[in-house]
Design a binder for this molecule. Sequence first.
Ligand code: NDP
Ligand SMILES: O=C1O[C@H](COP(=O)(O)O)[C@@H](O)[C@H](O)[C@H]1O
Length: 520
Amino acid sequence: MPTTTEPHITPAVTPVSPQPERTPDPCVVVIFGASGDLTKRKLLPALYHLEQANLLPKDFAVVGVARRPLEDSFAADMKEGIVAGGGVEESDPKLDPFVDKIQYHAMNFDDASGYDALNKLLAEIDKQFGTCGNRLFYLATAPEYFSDIINFLGQHGMSKPCVGPSSDGKKNWVRTIIEKPFGHDLDSAKALNDEVNKVFDEDQIFRIDHYLGKETVQNILVFRFANGIFENVWNRNYIDHVEITAAESIGIEGRGPFYETAGALRDVVQNHVMELLSFVTMEPPVSFEASAVRAEKVKVWRAIQPIHPADTVRGQYGPGTVDGKPVIGYRQEDRVHPRSQTETYAALRLEIENWRWAGVPFYIRAGKRLAKRVTEITIQFKKPPLLLFKGKDGSKADVQPNIISMRIQPDEGITLRFGAKVPGQGMNISPVNMDFNYAESFGKSSANGYERLLLDAMLGDGTLFAHRDGVEATWALITPILKAWAEKPVKDFPNYAAGTWGPTAADALLEVEGRKWRKL
Ligand SMILES: NC(=O)C1=CN([C@@H]2O[C@H](COP(=O)(O)OP(=O)(O)OC[C@H]3O[C@@H](n4cnc5c(N)ncnc54)[C@H](OP(=O)(O)O)[C@@H]3O)[C@@H](O)[C@H]2O)C=CC1
Ligand SMILES: O=C1O[C@H](COP(=O)(O)O)[C@@H](O)[C@H](O)[C@H]1O
């Protein structure tokens, strides 16, 4: 397809620098699961990026909590993670002073005495670093520990704000960020919500989905609601269908035991993909307040019709080739059952039964070891009611519909495809692209999504976090599919080779309706 570089979109103004009022109160971030992959690769680099941007409070500290005795090596290990995972120079002048604010506390999550010792350490840190009793407990652990940690924090009086050690008599704040997956199905999500709500009030709880921290995801709302032209056509009258693809070329990266209990539906569809879907389809909220945004998201999730098993496809990758290199199949991965029934790919067709979307099909696919890494939302519009012109090959069938494609990652940007006259004597048309590219317009960002969310939690802003109603609404959609799949084991797994676009049955999902997945 020919691609124009004109007209080109450049920012009308230089991007604004961070607003000073976004600096949080003095506080300590306590990370449970601090020797884990997430902390080293994502959380510490994100905190450091905030420090570099002068967005952290001056009085600040981090306490890492995990089982192994790492007191002597933890800070140095985190420094290594910041350099490797955060694209930071080792000589960066802010790095060593930041690392000096990191401490480690070894304990077993199910040992009550460890929480007493942690509480004492936090009181010491308040004195040493001036963190005023404000605490953000980040649960970066396997989900089976969430309720234990929450309950122990409650039993040790660590979950409720009290008059802090600062001399102004102000109450401190205590908040918790809880990683995904939040529950395993609808019942377990409800039970976890009940447990957490016994210990923390809802406004203290920040259920994280790092997709909501991505600039491109937040920009879906800006694209729709800050521009006068798109929202008018954002409905069933103009839109033919919507596709959401969350494709990864990586496999399970050594996370066999976790992935065996999860699968693609639980790992990414119930959370990341459902969040994307809600941003594309929700009604405009009355404000950008947490309660207003969350209410609209929940409304649209609840308007999704029960998804029929016939409208679902599951897949599992076998051996194949990715980026020119041979890779093993899922069943050969470390600590994966050799006859595993876990899906590494899921595709769904769903409909939203409301005034705006009735009759518009939404096609969703997500999977591992696919042909490339790309997360993209495609809005395909209906063709004009009367086709006056022919396509390049001289036939009207060759006229391509308009699409808006939102590239969440990589190569972040938005493209509008429209028809243009092919130069010459005829009146033939050819599709061309109007393109917005983030990196060209705003420069390449090193943010990984966690920066924004960590800062929001420190500021007490829950807009970009999941509410209990939202978590339960998405599990209510996914749980019946999980049950239907569990009752009907698959006979043809593995059914796609690593490095391809997934099982052929996923193509059929669209083909029976005369459509095709967009080639990405
Ligand atoms: N990794 C990623 O990219 C992503 C992860 N997540 C979520 O983040 C969470 C953490 O993931 P990840 O970092 O990969 O997990 P890891 O398995 O790498 O880390 C687990 C951590 O928990 C600690 N731990 C385990 N059991 C105990 C125990 N009984 N007592 C004390 N500490 C214990 C481990 O400490 P020790 O080493 O001392 O045993 C380790 O620090 C999960 O919920 C995951 O779903 C979400 C999105 C992406
Ligand atoms: O939460 C998860 O997300 C990652 C994908 O995140 P991205 O930011 O790299 O798109 C996925 O690989 C992982 O399995 C899942 O647990």
